[in-house]
Design a binder for this molecule. Structure first.
Ligand code: SF4
Length: 719
């Protein structure tokens, strides 16, 4: 059989590395980094290098969902059902629920791992056809605070920088990001830039001394949740020392006076005390940030997954605006997306409060534009339920039917007990999934098999606004179908029931036809891609947006002219106060639980958990504690401990680590039911760290505070 090479994109993280897939017949035999892809120039991390091993026939047989399955009774084994019968059943249940209870009685929970075309089809289905904005995504857990922060300050959800800026920066401010584990290929670029430019200063602010902090010239071990206090404190010092750029502030921004008055009280002494830092380090950080010729901030979940997520993002952007560290090579606030297509989801308005092409649901003109594009009378005005709200509403019986695609909320959502209650109480749950091993599958009335990496066709957008093609190298296994295809099949069946006799709104024979409609939706918008086509992506490779009709290529960086997409063209300072953690440590729960990624695992391990070699780095779950905390509690390495929050408790071994500070406990987010057990505070069995986490969320972005919960750690009493 002749080996074939197919150019595609890694499905794991927001770096968006290009891959070359080797295949023979229906089997993927190898994977290499694509030397021509500008995100990685041929490099891959351990997860990317082993992608082909997750597609072997043995793993596909064991782990993949290969046929539609129906569970006639909850708790009973699922039985095979034909595709047509499954889709008819789903359409009947959706239509009858909508007719009886209204469109807001149904909800969709989708994923930043879906392709842009999948995302577009699901959003049109929910917001256009059904008439509900109850469609949210696991990207809510990943980057909705970054969206809110950019819109509030810069006027649009558009990261202004690009990866190449790492090579031009003289100061890198990495905050709330363990890029060494979460964005490894980008981190290698940072390491190389530092090697090539020893004068470059790297500041890392993180409660944990991560591998990323190992690269820092200045490490700021700030207390969990104190980021806004830090950013206000740095601005206070910059003002005090005359390090702000007053000409830039006057010409290109508004709102600085209000912010100045807010930060007046944030003296270095007060900030040092709240953040747990030294006054000298604050001055050094402020000086390097403000006085460097080019300062680039890189940030991720430490800022986003917070009950102050919007404020953390916006007050960091304040620093860039106050010092004119934006709109030039090597400078800008650059949020990193966790998932491979969180950015593509943002482009199609894939959140419960957004509409296509960065339009706002609250804006009547935007709603009318989208309704006209979709050929529907209107798009509902009321914002839909965000991820946490959607599952809370299902647990309360308000949302009666749930459709979950390409995500595993039973493991990944905070406050696992509530999510499981929601899945049990919902009258009908459809799970569209590639992997039968996902915990959420246990709650499905209907399981629909989806295609996965190496089989899918469409596009994704990475952290630097670069759109790449995802191409199929092998046919779908079993009866698995593309996610967009299943969304369109459901939509066409629902049309027959909800708007009989009218022409279909979903006339899509392939992924490209969906993408072309998405492209049209961007015309005249900040992310305009009317100059882009699948053919251009084929001939010229991945491209950044915006790329307007007539442009030869996209824009690597934004706001170089100092004009922002706001009504007056000026960026807006955000005078937002510091607000403490939703659940601070207290005497009964004296530890800060911090969650995060491991280097070699991905999300709930449905894909990476099948490979022994990815357990070489970290073999089993543990809770990391500071050696002094271990000693004070009489704990030895490997002792089993009970980690307990107000919501539940899990059992796992303790490990002494200098990476965590005093009164901190770190648990990786990946481990599920196969690896550790636990229970809710009412005694139901639970698994994973989200048995403990809180669903408190940021009022601006509705992103939950997955990064922090108050816990106690006690030596387990074994029978
Ligand atoms: Fe894949 Fe991210 Fe690793 Fe690149 S850095 S190979 S995109 S997981």
């Amino acid at each position: 059989m002749t080996p074939i090479t197919t150019r595609s994109t890694c499905p794991y993280c927001g770096v968006g590395c290009g891959v070359l897939i080797e295949s023979e017949g229906s089997q993927i035999t190898g994977v290499r980094g694509d030397p021509q892809h500008p995100a990685n120039f041929g490099k891959l991390c351990t997860k990317g290098q082993t992608l082909h091993l997750t597609t072997t026939p043995a793993i596909t047989r064991q782990a993949r969902l290969l046929h539609p399955m129906q569970r006639v009774q909850r708790g009973a084994p699922a039985q095979a059902i034909a595709w047509d019968a499954a889709l008819d059943l789903a359409a009947d249940r959706f239509a009858s629920t909508i007719e009886e209870h209204g469109p807001d009685a149904v909800g969709f929970y989708i994923s930043g791992q879906l392709l842009t075309e999948d995302y577009y089809a699901f959003n049109k289905l929910a917001k256009g056809l059904i008439g509900t904005n109850n469609i949210d995504t696991n990207s809510r857990l990943c980057m909705s605070s970054a969206v809110a922060g950019y819109k509030l300050t810069l006027g649009a959800d558009a990261p202004p920088a690009c990866y190449d800026d790492v090579n031009h920066a003289q100061c890198l401010f990495i905050v709330g990001s363990n890029a060494a584990f979460a964005h490894p290929v980008l981190f290698r670029r940072i390491e190389e830039a530092k090697r090539n430019n020893p004068d470059m200063k790297v500041i890392v602010a993180d409660p944990r001394r991560t591998d990323t902090a190992g690269l820092a010239d200045l490490y700021l071990p700030l207390q969990p949740g104190s980021d806004v206090m830090l950013f206000h404190g740095l601005l206070h010092i910059m003002l005090w020392e005359g390090w702000t750029d007053n000409a830039y502030i006057a010409a290109h921004t508004t709102g600085f006076e209000a912010l100045k008055s807010l930060v007046r009280e944030h003296t270095p002494e007060r900030v040092a005390q709240v953040c747990g830092l030294t006054r000298d380090d604050l001055f050094t950080a402020a000086r390097w940030f403000a006085q460097s010729p080019a300062t680039l901030s890189l940030y991720c979940q430490g800022l986003n997954q917070s009950s102050s997520g919007t404020a953390k993002n916006a007050t960091l952007i304040n620093l860039h605006l106050a010092t004119a560290q934006i709109g030039k090579p090597g400078a800008g606030p650059f949020s990193l997306t966790g998932q491979p297509n969180a950015m593509g989801g943002r482009e199609v308005g894939g959140l419960a409060n957004l509409l296509s092409a960065h339009r706002d649901m609250a804006n009547p003109q935007h709603r009318a534009e989208v309704a006209a594009l979709w050929g529907v009378p209107s798009v509902p005005e009321k914002p839909g339920l965000s991820a946490v709200e959607l599952f809370e509403a299902a647990a309360d019986g308000q949302v009666k039917v749930l459709w979950i695609a390409c995500t595993n909320p039973a493991q990944s959502m905070p406050d696992q007990a509530t999510v499981r209650r929601a899945l049990q109480r919902a009258e009908f749950v459809v799970v569209q999934e590639a992997f039968a091993t996902a915990a959420t599958c246990d709650f499905a009335d209907l399981l629909l098999p989806a295609t996965s990496w190496g089989e899918k066709d469409g596009t994704v957008t990475n952290s630097e606004r670069r759109i790449s093609r995802v191409r199929p190298a092998v046919p779908a296994p079993g009866q698995a179908r593309h996610d967009w295809r299943t969304a369109v099949d459901l939509a066409q069946r629902l049309e027959v029931r909800l708007r009989p006799g009218q022409p279909t709104l979903f006339p899509y024979p392939d992924a490209e036809s969906l993408w072309l409609e998405h492209r049209e939706s961007t015309r005249g918008r900040d992310l305009d891609i009317t100059g882009l086509s699948y053919a251009m992506l084929q001939q010229q490779g991945p491209q950044q947006w915006p790329l307007r009709a007539g442009d030869a290529q996209g824009k690597p960086r934004l706001y170089e002219d100092g004009v922002f997409p706001t009504p007056d063209g000026k960026a807006r300072f955000a005078a937002l106060p510091f607000v403490p953690l939703a659940e601070p440590r207290e005497s009964r729960y004296p530890f800060s639980l911090i969650t995060g990624r491991l280097r070699d695992q991905w999300h709930g391990m449905t894909r990476t958990g099948s490979l022994g070699r990815l357990f070489g780095h970290v073999a089993e779950p543990c809770v990391q504690l500071h050696p002094q905390d271990m000693e004070r509690r009489g704990l030895r390495e490997g002792d089993l401990v009970q980690v307990t929050s107000k919501r539940g408790s899990i059992l796992l071994p303790a490990q002494a680590s200098d990476e965590v500070g005093l009164s901190q406990a770190f648990i990786a987010m990946h481990w599920g039911a196969e690896y550790l057990s636990g229970q809710s505070n009412t005694g139901e069995p639970l698994a994973g760290v989200n048995a403990l986490t809180t669903s408190a969320y940021c009022p601006g972005s509705k992103q939950p505070e997955l990064k922090h919960a108050a816990v106690k750690v006690l030596k387990a009493e074994l029978p």
